[in-house]
Design a binder for this molecule. Structure first.
Ligand SMILES: [Zn+2]
Ligand SMILES: [Zn+2]
Length: 589
């Protein structure tokens, strides 16, 4: 009989609690080394009704089945690779390929489907996983589907689920798995000594410089770009390998992550004979044989190109060398995670990073590529809903935030009565439409509300600086007051002030319905600072009295019409994609 660790028991409880209320497929995230086979075994044991546990490879089917039988229970195995096609017991451990070929043998009603390594489940209807799921749902429309993974984030696709239980939106488009209901970070396992500590060494002297290349829209790097960087650094590879071999003397198992197949071959040729290479093209039988010999320590060095990042388990690995840029925090953590399993006599895992990745094991996945090498993860609370967002950002030497790259708030709310979810969607950076006042995504070219063409604010500012009769200044103060027009009616006068007595005024009438709506669109929407509270004031007096709710623009652009300056544009700080310090300001009297 096994005893669950406290977090494993928490994971089991969260699943039971969730499925009491929901039928939507859900995910739990457990890093490698968290012991997910035990969680699966406990859930299968507690479930009422029949349970199917699916995996994509026979090794995982076997592993999960063994843990279950460790409880003194008996489960069926349905896997051609294991030579067993049993369906008699209440709990069946199966490989998805074997089940999809023999759906007719699954005529009973299942109450729970557990999918291991569930990041492999595609949304496509004709995939093996979806065929099995729809077959089981025909028998039981209330089938509960639970996925387990260490990596809920995939390059190209993004997050595999839509909502996180802590109130976070991960994807604005629906996903097969709706909710992530439990997630254990790697650093928890490290803190509790359930994993071996990593000793991460950045090797800045001997390293590849991948900073000039950028991932493709799919999120991964082009092999030809990577090969170019590597061949430019011809003399570096032999020196790196020399260093790795030197560091390996006392080590048991060394995994080297190469950037491309060519790179892997080059590395392999430089290593001692107790080494092997696995690429995407290595035939299955040969791959199995190499892994077997590596696990038995007949081979010391294993070179691979991103094929051994998940599902591979050799606890004795105590040196990880990273010779490739990693496109995401998750991928980096998966690579390092290969060396963190506990093993007898293992004190730490040495991680040598030759690619300047600069991630660590504490970092949460951001879901966006790192905008530049000097960025780090910053927590930004949403002014509208208070949700703490994780974004890429830049800090100064004192640790003060210079800027962050977050676009929209990832918080969501659940209506307590209808249980419907509403995405907060507050925009941290927006392009304001100067026709209708709507906020648009910073990258938008056309207003999503009125279809007006949106000009890039950076471009707008640069163009204004080249105009002849234009006044462009940084706004330091804004004041609103009541002004009487020629017929003694109240108007709102807005004064924008900058340095060197730069000052322009703007007048708004808010008497007719039309005027009110124009004022709302063109002034209230871009200027309102606390957008989560609607602005209802109607009269000029009340609007002026509420002026603390309006923020002032960063730049004001005005043009001369007759004797007066007329405001042509206002640019807000969050509209600019680059910092304005490199924009030389002009100021004409
Ligand atoms: Zn929010
Ligand atoms: Zn618009």
């Amino acid at each position: 009989m096994y005893k669950l660790r406290p977090y494993q028991a928490d994971a089991v409880r969260s699943v039971i609690h969730y499925f009491r209320q929901h039928d939507d497929p859900a995910v739990i995230v457990l890093p490698t080394g968290a012991g997910k086979s035990l969680v699966i075994a406990e859930l299968a044991r507690l479930a009422k009704g029949r349970v199917l546990v699916l995996a994509h490879v026979k090794e995982l089917v076997e592993q999960n089945h063994q843990k279950y039988e460790g409880y003194g229970l008996t489960g069926s195995v349905f896997s051609a690779g294991l030579g067993r096609k049993e369906t008699g017991e209440q709990v069946i451990f199966a490989s998805v390929q074997s089940v999809v070929r023999h759906l007719a043998q699954f005529t009973n009603e299942f109450s729970l489907l557990i999918i291991d390594e569930c990041h492999r489940v595609p949304d496509k209807k004709d995939s093996s996983y979806q065929k099995v799921i729809s077959h089981l749902r025909e028998k039981n429309p209330n089938l509960k589907v639970l996925g387990l993974t260490a990596t809920p984030y995939r390059l190209g696709l993004g997050w595999i689920y839509q909502y996180h239980t802590r109130g976070q939106v991960r994807s604005t488009t629906p996903r097969f798995f709706r909710d992530c209901i439990f997630e254990l970070p790697i650093h928890f396992l490290l803190d509790e000594n359930f994993l071996t500590p990593a000793n991460i060494v950045d090797a800045p002297v001997l390293s590849y410089d991948f900073s000039q290349i950028h991932p493709m829209p799919t999120g991964s790097y082009k092999a030809s770009d990577l090969d170019m960087v590597i061949s430019d650094a011809q003399r570096v590879t032999p020196q790196i390998i020399h260093q790795i071999v030197g560091q390996s003397e006392e080590k048991q198992g060394v995994m080297i992550f190469a950037a491309t197949v060519r790179h892997a071959q080059e590395i392999h040729a430089l290593l001692p004979s107790s080494s092997a290479i696995i690429t995407g093209e290595t035939p299955q039988a040969e791959r199995d044989d190499i892994i077997q010999r590596f696990k038995q320590k007949q081979l010391k060095y294993l070179v691979n190109v991103s094929v051994l990042t998940t599902g591979f388990d050799a606890p004795h690995v105590d040196l990880i060398a990273i010779l490739r840029p990693t496109e995401s925090v998750s991928l980096y953590q998966q690579i390092v995670g290969r060396g963190l399993r506990l093993a007898p006599g293992k004190q730490e895992c040495l991680v040598l990073d030759y690619a300047g990745n600069r991630y660590d094991l504490e970092q949460p996945e951001v879901g966006e590529a790192k905008p530049s090498q000097d960025c780090e993860i910053v927590t930004i609370p949403c002014p509208a809903c208070g949700f703490n967002n994780n974004f890429w950002g830049k800090l100064d030497s004192q640790g003060i935030l210079i800027e962050h790259y977050g676009r929209r708030c990832q918080g969501y709310f659940t209506d307590e009565e209808t249980h419907e979810r509403e995405i907060c969607g507050y925009r941290f950076r927006a392009k304001y439409c100067h026709e209708c006042g709507a906020d648009n995504d910073i990258a938008a070219r056309i207003c999503h509300e009125c279809q007006a063409t949106l000009v890039d604010p950076d471009k707008k500012l640069k163009e204004a600086l080249n105009l002849k009769d234009a006044l462009v200044f940084e706004c330091h103060h804004m004041e609103m007051m009541i002004h009487k027009d020629s017929q003694n009616r109240s108007q709102i006068k807005v004064t924008y002030q900058g340095d060197k007595q730069a000052q322009v005024h703007e007048f708004w009438s808010v008497i007719t319905k039309k005027q009110k709506s124009v004022f709302h669109q063109r002034f209230v929407r871009p200027h309102l600072a606390d957008k989560h509270r609607p602005f209802h004031e109607q009269s000029a007096q009340k609007i002026v009295a509420s002026q603390h709710r309006f923020r002032f623009p960063l730049f004001v652009i005005a043009c001369k019409t007759g004797r007066f300056w007329k405001i042509r544009d206002k640019i807000f700080a969050d509209e600019l994609t680059q910092l304005p310090e490199d924009i030389a300001l002009k100021h004409r009297e």
